[in-house]
Structure formats: C-alpha cells, structure tokens
Design a binder for this molecule. Structure first.
Ligand SMILES: [Zn+2]
Length: 230
C-alpha cells in the first residue's frame, strides 16, 4: 500500500484498493473525529492536506470534505516554488445514521465515515526540504500553547520542545512536529490573539518595536551627550 493506514486511534477497513484509488471505511463519527483522522494520516504519511470544500448537514451526508495535497494547490502555481502539480486528493464523507440507512448499509452504524484517496504524490515526502515544508500539526500547536502559557518566549519554547521530544535526525527536519523559529513565532502570534488580544496591543519588553525604542540611543546634544528631557 502506498499510504500507511494502520492507525492506533481509528479502525480503517479497506473496501477497495487499486493502483490510484483506495476506498476505506473508518469509525470517525463527527467533524472533530475527521480532524483527528486527518492529523494521524498527515503525521504518518508526511503530508499536508489543504481543504478544497466542506459541506455540513447535507441531505445524504452529515459531513463532507474534499482535500488535496499542499503541493497541488493551483493558487500557488507560478507563485510558490513548492507547487509541483501533485494530484493527490482525499474525499471524506460521514453518512447519516438512521434506521433506513442501516437497513441499506449495515456497516454504517460502526463505520459511518467513507474515505476515498485518489492519486499519489508526484514529489518526495521524505527529504529534509519536503519535511521542512509540512504545515504544523494541531497537536504540536497545542503543545506550544502550553509553553507560552508557562511564560516562555519563542526561542525558549523552541528549545523546550527540542529537549522534551528527543528528536532523531529526521524528526529535527520535520516542520509538522518540530516547527521552525518562523513557525513558532506565528504560533505565538496566534496564541496571543486567542488569549490576550492582538500582538500590537501587548506591552512587553519582548515586543521588538518597544525593545527598539527603549534601547535606541538618545539624540545628541550640542556637546555630544544624550540628555533625558523631563
Ligand atoms: Zn503531494
């Protein structure tokens, strides 16, 4: 099989497997479960999936989402070097469970979620540069939120994460579990926005603009020395 679908968190039952199509059923029963399933899939297969379309409370489905590989995002064509025209798509549907649907499809009670994975990556997923391009996973983001709640700065949080995880050489390059300093700074901005308002309203010495103001030299006087004006 092209993809690792052996999850500890979910039971994935392969219904059909062909060269370019894998159809499976799983025990994801809600949108939250689907988010968890995607996290496990992305982590195990070193993949980042972008959302193409989400439908909720459809007549036939409780939830439906179409996703595609980050490297196949046409909006990036000609603009971002990571675009490779990758054709991997994932279609996720959660069927509505009623007496009628159970009668027609008895499996729907245990496995209401149907997932179709079509195509394959047209790029490497294991090189250091490919791992560096992966989006930060939600559980990694949550871990960084706990570091910031403890009062750590961006650099301190990054260091703590490295010490805690005991990464091997390959894990070190993986941005989804070991985010770059730029990604950690972005996570911190998200945390500040979520917990304390927007970044620009924070009065902290760690704020680079305020630090620059505080550390900038005073304007010179005629005799060449800075003076404090009351
Ligand atoms: Zn791809």
């Amino acid at each position: 099989m092209k993809f690792d679908l052996n999850f500890a968190e979910f039971t994935n039952v392969i219904v059909k497997e062909e060269a370019e199509v894998i159809c499976l059923r799983t025990n994801a029963k809600s949108e939250h479960d689907v988010d968890c399933w995607k996290q496990v899939f992305c982590r195990k297969n070193s993949t980042t999936l972008n959302i193409k379309r989400t439908l909720r409370a459809n007549i036939r489905y409780m939830f439906r989402q179409r996703l595609f590989c980050l490297h196949g995002d046409r909006r990036h064509k000609g603009k971002i070097k990571t675009y490779s025209g990758c054709g991997l798509t994932v279609d996720i549907k959660i069927k509505i469970v009623t007496r009628n649907t159970i009668k027609k499809d008895p499996e729907v009670k245990l496995y209401p979620c149907i997932i179709v994975i079509e195509g394959s990556h047209n790029h490497t997923t294991c090189s250091a540069s490919a791992l560096r391009e992966l989006r930060v996973l939600l559980d990694t983001k949550q871990e960084f939120f706990t570091y910031f709640e403890e009062g750590l700065t961006t650099a301190q949080a990054s260091r703590r994460h490295n010490e805690k995880q005991d990464f091997n050489f390959c894990d070190m390059a993986n941005n989804s579990t070991n985010p770059s300093m730029k990604s950690v700074a972005y996570i911190r901005d998200c945390w500040l926005e979520e917990h304390h308002g927007t970044f620009q309203f924070q009065f902290q010495f760690s704020d680079p603009d305020i630090a620059r103001l505080l550390l900038s030299p005073l304007p010179p006087t005629p005799c060449g020395r800075g003076v404090m004006v009351a």
